[in-house]
Design a protein around this ligand. Structure first.
Ligand SMILES: *Cc1c(COP(=O)(O)O)cnc(C)c1O
Length: 424
């Protein structure tokens, strides 16, 4: 990190370095296009011979500042901002898997990721195997085939809240010689930095805690620059790219090969880049990431402890609770357990719905991970399109209520849940 700044300082000052007399705050470069003096300069840009902006479908100064901040926060070599977290997941995979390829993902995943992986990528000829993270390493290895090109998992699974066993899965990825791609959305780089625990690529839905205020949809991919693409499994990385006159990515871009390829192939062709306005808003959000995350963790721990004691609650799931199956992994890898918990109400889904409808401070929202407390019933909402088995794999039971705990005064949050729970 620049000047050995700590993560809190990078969250505020990273990414954008104004020169003398320039705006102190990251400006919004609301321009699709960029002016050059000579035709040759533009030709050089198209050839990827020089770095620079040519068109805001591919790069933009405001978005670039957000990307640089994210690369610094995660300790990566480069980053690419996308229009959503879904696009980040899509490109993270398609950048290494083509039709006929296969990858392995840990089954406890965000519902949108499950449908992307099992339905949409399948239509593109890319197969996924969802695995149970608790299987021993030798069993897990059996799911890898010669055409397996990646391993994917979430640091803190949404909404199962399983914590990723980085040591086990980075070992697996290394032994199988595939990149380890980690969705770090729920943890954020403030609570966990996957690249320090053996990940090769990190992705985020920046829509969540990075933005933190529920105002902009976005995603980001961060390249660890720590995977050797010359292992015979990734012909797209060693063979010349016909769409760039025979360019070979690692030769030209060294350890930035993955992230440059993602931008100049996938973002160029699909056009799902982040907008300058959203990058600006997300960047403002990140400036308070560390302060917000501390409060999210503190409030969620207190609400979890309160719910655990309430007579109308049948179970509570939060990795910060002692005795939780992922308590030790959380202690090992996370600085805090983030702001989401799940619980079940006595009487199941029917009584649970009553509780949700009785809440006043906590609203029913599909979103998670912003400053306001909200609740959601995944089985009928985010995970509705999944089969019963997929719901089970994702840790979604019919009675599960997901709470995204905001940073309001915890006493007010607790009394809201208390009055709603006392209605049943
Ligand atoms: C929300 C979410 C996504 C998808 O992100 P969008 O920005 O909604 O496209 C991916 N992964 C996780 C863990 C999420 O919570």
């Amino acid at each position: 990190m620049e000047n050995n700044w700590s993560i809190e300082t990078v969250a505020i000052q990273g990414g954008y370095k104004p020169k003398n007399g320039e705006p102190r705050v990251l400006p919004i470069a609301q321009s699709t296009t960029y002016k050059y003096d000579t035709a040759q300069e533009v030709a050089d840009l198209f050839n990827l011979d020089v770095a620079g902006h040519m068109y805001s479908r591919i790069s933009n100064p405001t978005v670039e500042a957000f990307e640089n901040k994210m690369a610094e926060l995660e300790g990566g070599v480069g980053a690419l901002a996308t229009s959503s977290g879904q696009t980040a997941s899509t490109i993270a995979i398609t950048n290494v898997c083509t039709a006929g390829d296969h990858f392995v993902a840990i089954g406890a995943l965000y519902g949108g990721t499950v449908s992307l992986f099992t339905n949409t990528l399948k239509k593109m000829g890319i197969e996924v195997t969802l695995v149970d993270a608790s299987l021993p390493l030798d069993e897990l290895k059996k799911y890898f085939k010669p055409n397996t090109k990646a391993l994917f998992g979430e640091t803190i699974a949404n909404p199962a809240l399983d914590v990723l066993d980085f040591e086990k899965f980075s070992t697996l990825a290394k032994e199988m010689d595939v990149p380890f791609i980690v969705d770090n959305t729920f943890a954020t780089p403030y609570l966990c930095r996957p690249l320090e625990h053996g990940a090769n690529v990190v992705i985020h839905s920046s829509t969540k805690y990075l933005d933190g205020h529920a105002i902009s949809v976005g995603g980001v991919i961060i390249d660890g620059g720590n995977f050797d693409w010359n292992n015979k499994k990734f012909p797209e990385f060693v063979n010349p790219d016909p769409s760039y006159h025979g360019l070979v990515y690692p030769e030209k871009f060294g350890n930035l090969a993955y992230i440059v390829k993602a931008r100049v192939q996938w973002i160029r062709d699909l056009g799902s880049y982040q907008t300058p306005m959203n990058a600006f808003l997300t960047n403002v959000g990140i400036e308070t990431l560390h302060v917000r995350m501390d409060r999210h963790c503190e409030n969620t721990q207190k609400l979890a402890e309160f719910l655990q004691e309430h007579e109308n609650v049948s179970w509570v799931n939060y990795p910060g609770l002692e005795g939780h199956p992922f308590y030790n992994l959380s202690k090992k890898y996370l600085k805090g357990n983030s702001g989401v918990l799940t619980f079940g109400v006595k009487g199941g889904a029917i009584e649970g719905e009553k509780v949700m409808n009785s809440l006043k401070l906590a609203a029913i929202v599909v979103h998670v991970a912003d400053v306001r407390t909200g609740v959601l019933h995944p089985a009928s909402m985010t995970h509705r399109q999944l089969t019963e088995q997929e719901q089970k794999d994702a840790g979604v039971t019919p009675d599960l209520i997901r709470v995204t705990v905001g940073i309001e005064k915890i006493d007010d949050i607790i009394s809201d849940f208390n009055q709603a729970l006392n209605k049943i």
